[in-house]
Design a protein around this ligand. Structure first.
Ligand code: ZN
Ligand code: ZN
Length: 490
């Protein structure tokens, strides 16, 4: 079943379940730089489908491949050291700028794995070099060379770009002389050896001119991406693999993968799906955001809120993160609203698969306000009646940061209410909730004809000496209504 009302999660899980045999959910990234929110999509979406399948009683494999044989094509900002000389080489041959891993590629694969851990995602992680070294690709390379005209035709048709008859770049050899992978070109294949010349100019790197041959079994080559994708899907038995929507355009790599499965492997292609981009303040996120951007974000947003952000709209839509203080607070509040009462079935699933901690018992902004009023965590906890510390690091990050919107920087300065504020105080029993009390203010405003803004600023002035402030209901809950009534009457 597939319908507008059904979540993509159930939609895909049902499609997977309809396929026979062991189910394999796959994903992959090129570990070209620091993990950013866009990278999170690559492992989080397949993990959600995997979890849904498990709930349905299935036992899927979830594998995540690190494409560390890809060429190093740009130096991300904030990465230390001079890595320019390594442009054009495989990521696995670029030194780790931090010195803690065997290579640049491995360092940033581990960086991604550390964020998986923070978000509770645990696939089987496979560096692609392991697949090469184990020889999985070898027979496919031979087959592609044997059927070169068909391969060339499939690529020409599906990439919307006619390849010349001389084309034979089934693989990208690593130049033995300079170590480049981005600039080599295949000139021949004899069944055991790949012949190449290193003479391309790809902008960020230039070939050294060397020509030579390497044996297939050296595994000092990688398969061209459009052939690599269907090949690994075939030998890993992948059932479902999604990708960013850029791979799914007409002429994109999915079209090639599908044709290779059908025409060369004679097998049904895996199921696929696509996700929209993550935009940061309206612009596409990329590794150019630099080192640490995701870590910084995760200081302010608990993991479930980040996951909810990725799940709250349909998967194919772009997700725009407004990372201003106001924007992030709005996101947290939207999460809390739907946690309390999901707006619809899709939101319910978004909350469910964001795995919220049971510690969300008090509104986050109430905690922020309580902390501001008390000046410390223990006092804030007491004031709102919270009994655990799960949210403490986030609340403290907010109050110590200049990201906290000005409206939350409050000092309680009660003074005798006048006018409509006094009328409001007199109407209250002290047993109302914050929401009920602020509704009363609205009622009085419409009954008396005093404009709503005027009514609210009159109350804010009596409470905090300012014309505006945080949501009145939260402020009342944090301060306590009985105390407010007493302070504003006297
Ligand atoms: Zn490292
Ligand atoms: Zn070279």
């Amino acid at each position: 079943m597939s319908s507008e009302a059904q979540s993509w999660i159930d939609d895909l899980a049902e499609k997977v379940m309809s396929r026979p045999g062991k189910h394999v959910i796959a994903s992959a990234i090129t570990t070209s730089g620091p993990t950013h929110l866009g990278t999170v999509e690559e492992f989080f979406f397949p993990s959600v489908i995997t979890n849904r399948l498990k709930e349905m009683g299935d036992d899927p494999d979830f594998i995540f491949i690190g494409d560390i044989m890809d060429a190093f094509d740009s130096v991300p900002s904030g990465v230390p050291g001079d890595l320019k000389p390594y442009l054009g080489k495989p990521l696995v041959d670029v030194p780790d700028p931090y010195g803690c891993h065997s290579s640049y590629g491995q360092h940033f694969l581990d960086d991604t794995v550390s964020f998986m851990n923070k978000l509770g995602v645990s696939p089987r992680v496979i560096p692609v070099t392991e697949l090469y070294q184990a020889g999985y690709y070898d027979s496919y390379v031979k087959m592609f060379f044997e059927r070169l005209p068909v391969v060339r035709e499939i690529l020409s048709v599906t990439s919307l770009k006619q390849l010349p008859d001389s084309w034979m770049d089934i693989v990208m050899p690593v130049c033995e002389k300079c170590g480049n992978i981005a600039t080599t070109r295949v000139t021949g294949f004899d069944g055991d050896y790949i012949y190449y010349v290193d003479d391309k100019d790809v902008g960020y790197a230039k070939g050294c001119g060397h020509s030579g041959k390497i044996p297939i079994k050296s595994h000092r080559w990688k398969m061209a991406w459009r052939l690599d994708w269907p090949t690994r899907q075939a030998f890993l038995g992948v059932t479902l693999e999604g990708a960013g929507k850029d791979h799914h355009t007409r002429g994109g790599s999915w079209d090639t993968a599908e044709a290779v499965h059908k025409q060369l492997f004679g097998r049904e292609p895996p199921l696929t799906y696509r996700w929209g981009f993550v935009l940061l303040n309206g612009r596409k996120m990329s590794k150019s955001q630099g080192v640490g951007s995701l870590s910084i974000l995760m200081k302010y947003l608990p993991p479930e809120v980040l996951k909810y952000f990725l799940l709250r709209v349909d998967i194919e839509k772009d997700k725009n993160l407004d990372d201003s203080g106001e924007g992030l607070i709005r996101l947290i509040e939207d999460f809390e609203d739907n946690l309390k009462k999901p707006r619809d079935e899709k939101k319910r699933l978004a909350i469910h698969f964001s795995s919220p901690s049971p510690s969300w018992k008090v509104r986050f902004v109430s905690l922020l306000l309580a902390y501001e009023l008390e000046g410390n965590w223990e006092g804030a906890k007491r004031r709102v009646g919270l009994d655990d510390d799960y949210l403490r690091p986030y609340v403290e990050a907010w109050v110590k940061s200049d990201k906290l919107p000005e409206e939350y920087r409050i000092v309680y300065r009660p003074r005798k209410a006048e006018g409509i504020a006094l009328e409001w105080i007199r109407s209250l029993t002290g047993n109302e909730s914050g929401a009920e009390a602020s509704q009363k203010l609205r009622d009085i405003s419409s009954a008396t004809g005093v404009p709503i803004e005027e009514a609210f600023s009159s109350v804010y002035e009596s409470l905090i000496g300012r014309k505006s402030g945080p949501r009145l209901s939260s402020l009342i809950d944090v301060l306590g209504l009985k105390r407010i009534i007493k302070d504003l009457r006297d």
